[in-house]
Design a protein around this ligand. Structure first.
Ligand code: NAD
Length: 355
């Protein structure tokens, strides 16, 4: 029987609650698909700082590197907001992504038919939306040098090398090959030199993928098109800051932040996590929506372990739970037949997964 090693980083706030539900579902799917999970828990974020004085202990990096994939909850909270920047949970997360070399952030934005009324856009605009945002994660203006500030001046630098653009472009084209075979690359090539290089390199790489159609769009237009006609997009390929903004915009087409998964992948180990944070306002109340994390576990099966049948089973189980009217509190006003707790939702999905 195949055995997969999974590093579990529960983190802070609702992190432990939602990871426990994802584990419940993973165990249900593994027992019916003929493989086994071995979990190793590791600390990150505020809880790691409280115990070790470091939001990212070296042991967490080691545990992640000896695993097949990392399933991550969320980190952060007010309690740690006044710490020096390098001790804050968020610094630990940025350092973690850099250490693991996860340069590609994949964020699907899929509208569930059953929750079509949960979106702020009209049903006819969002029905059938299925977008994958492929965002470069460890380069661009968030990391570029020089950066700094004085009392009356602040500066950051957007830098991309050919190599960084090539590898993220390959990711986007490979993903598009498994979807509707369309990549829209987002840039600001009418103004930025770095975007001109981005556009040229993406165009060059596209020649290796003749089955995929490439288009280019300026980021300001893309922000508008996402709310005007989101169905035109299949894969959106973006740099770090543009992707940060556009993926949040795309995610809101879908209703609740508690639904949306993500994968951060690179050359080594991938990190699978919900797009939301640690939600300290609802932590410990048993009302967090675990679907984003369960869906991240499904992405882990698909992208890290190649267990597509198991991933399909989880995706179908989530749809079935929603179709049958089960809702956590965040979605209670949208055609709920029964409002359930975090743990009840996890059990319902685990149960449907195993069938
Ligand atoms: P958040 O995503 O934690 O919460 C925003 C709102 O969405 C809150 O009202 C929250 O209750 C709700 N929400 C989030 N997840 C939910 C879920 N699964 N079910 C139901 N409702 C949910 O963002 P925030 O409040 O801006 O940040 C809180 C903390 O999380 C901060 O310390 C922030 O730095 C951290 N954060 C961490 C990550 C991460 O770990 N990747 C990402 C974003 C924010």
């Amino acid at each position: 029987m195949k055995n997969y090693k999974i590093a579990l980083i529960k983190g802070d706030g609702i992190g432990p609650e939602i990871i426990d539900e994802a584990v419940k579902v993973l165990d249900a799917v593994s027992s019916c698909c003929g493989f086994h999970f071995e979990y190793e828990e590791a600390l990150m974020g505020g809880c790691a700082y409280d115990i070790t004085g470091d939001p990212l202990p070296q042991e967490t990096i080691s545990a992640s590197l000896r695993s097949d994939a990392v399933l991550f909850g969320a980190i952060g909270g007010e309690k740690w907001d006044s710490l020096p920047r390098e001790k804050r949970p968020e610094s630990g997360l940025l350092r973690f992504r850099k250490e693991l070399g996860v340069y590609a952030n994949l964020r699907p934005a899929v509208v569930y038919e059953e929750l079509i009324n949960a979106s702020s856009l009209k049903p006819e605009i969002i029905k059938g939306v299925d977008i994958m945002v492929v965002r470069e994660l460890i380069g661009g203006i968030y990391f570029g040098e020089p950066k700094g500030r004085t009392d009356d001046k602040g500066w950051n630098t957007m830098v991309y090398t050919r190599m960084e653009i090539e590898r993220i472009a390959h990711q986007a084209f490979r993903i598009a090959q498994k979807r509707s075979k369309r990549v829209c690359s987002i840039d600001k090539a009418n103004v930025l030199d770095v975007s001109q290089l981005w556009r040229d390199v993406v165009t060059e790489i596209s020649e290796q993928y003749p089955d995929v159609e490439l288009s280019h769009m300026y980021v300001d237009n893309a922000a508008m098109q996402l709310v005007l006609n989101p169905k035109q997009f299949d894969v959106m390929l973006t740099g770090n800051i543009f992707g940060d903004i556009l993926s949040d915009e795309a995610s809101m087409l879908c209703g609740s932040i508690g639904l949306l998964p993500s994968a951060s992948v690179g050359e080594k180990i991938g990190v699978y996590e919900p797009i939301h944070g640690s939600a300290p306002d609802i932590a410990g109340q048993g009302i967090a929506n675990p679907i984003a994390t369960i869906s991240s576990a499904s992405m882990m099966l698909r992208y890290a372990l190649g267990e597509n049948v198991a991933a399909d089973k989880i995706d179908s189980a989530i749809k079935r739970a929603l179709k049958e009217g089960y809702r956590t509190k965040d979605l209670a006003q949208y055609d709920a037949k029964e409002v359930c707790s975090t743990s009840e939702m996890g059990s319902i999905i685990a149960n449907y997964t195993a069938k």
